[in-house]
Design a protein. Sequence first.
Length: 118
Amino acid sequence: QVRLVESGGGLVQAGGSLRLSCAASGRTFSTYRMAWFRQAPGKERAFVAQINWNSGITYYEDSVKGRCTISRDDAKNTVYLQMNSLKPEDTAVYYCAIGTRKSGFDYWGQGTQVTVSS
């Protein structure tokens, strides 16, 4: 079992910044990729950003490109999401996910609330 613990959410005004963190722990595992998803009220969970662990290659959803940066700390098995120029439409519960196999995501965090006020 792999445990993911997210932190860093909160309430921020439009134009502000937040940095989310997600630490992975548990049994011995290989990290292939980690990612952030978000779920806004009344909407389905949606992809935000991903980082491939070995290569460092990153992917972003179009609406966050240029505003968000995903990064990792290998030693801490932690992934970060730096979010700048936040907009009210970024308001959502943000979930961290980890893929320990060659494809997909098999463990999820409990989520952290991000609220952006206008």
